[in-house]
Design a protein around this ligand. Sequence first.
Ligand SMILES: [Mn+2]
Length: 253
Amino acid sequence: MKFAAISDVHVKRAGDPAEVLLLTFLRNPDVQSSDVIFLLGDIFDLMIGPHTQYFVRYQAYFDEIKKLIKNGKRICYVEGNHDFHIKDLYKKFFEVNSDLDKSLFAMAPFFEFFDADKKIYFAHGDDIELGNPGYRIWKGVVTSFPLRYYANYLMPHFLIKAIGEYSAEKSRKRNNKRYSTESDLTPVKDNFRFSTETFFKKHPRQVIVLGHSHVKDHYVSVNGYEYVNNGYAQNSKTYISITDGNISFKDIF
Ligand SMILES: [Mn+2]
């Protein structure tokens, strides 16, 4: 089987370089020849709740999703910490586009596929990252039932903005690290490698595909698994391709 995966594109507005990157990825012939396309979170810099305005704002994106599904492609979406409470948004999307086969689109906290004798695990990565207790508390609050209800039915703009600004602040910190020297990236990279080692002990998977760290990495563990992260897409300008269990980074442009 052939898989294509991307995360952490952080599209802020229609027409920005991140959206160009995302659309180019979705239109890439190699991506389109994959059996499953994974969107592993933080695809959008701020998308919270099932607000239909997103269909207008990101029409080009939703058009590409439509085309892919019409062509029989499977799309697996994992929510990130910048794009969440959007299950009902896609429910509305398939209600409006009732001609589309909605079984080809799935949204879940993680996905697992068994291919070429390997168990392959796909997630955003924030649930696996260790040593970030403040983030965990924050995520517990924003994903709690009351807040989910709020996001889906009542969420006023100021709260979306507040969450967005908090997330943006977190990203800025990560992005600053990203642009500084290689040695500054090492702690984040090492922490994600260590986090996958811990995860692997409990959940042996031969391939672990994550995002969230904004640090590109392909780590082959002596314990018998590989961890791959495409990093911050606007920086790496690549995506992850897995063909018959073999991992590679491919250029988007
Ligand atoms: Mn993230």
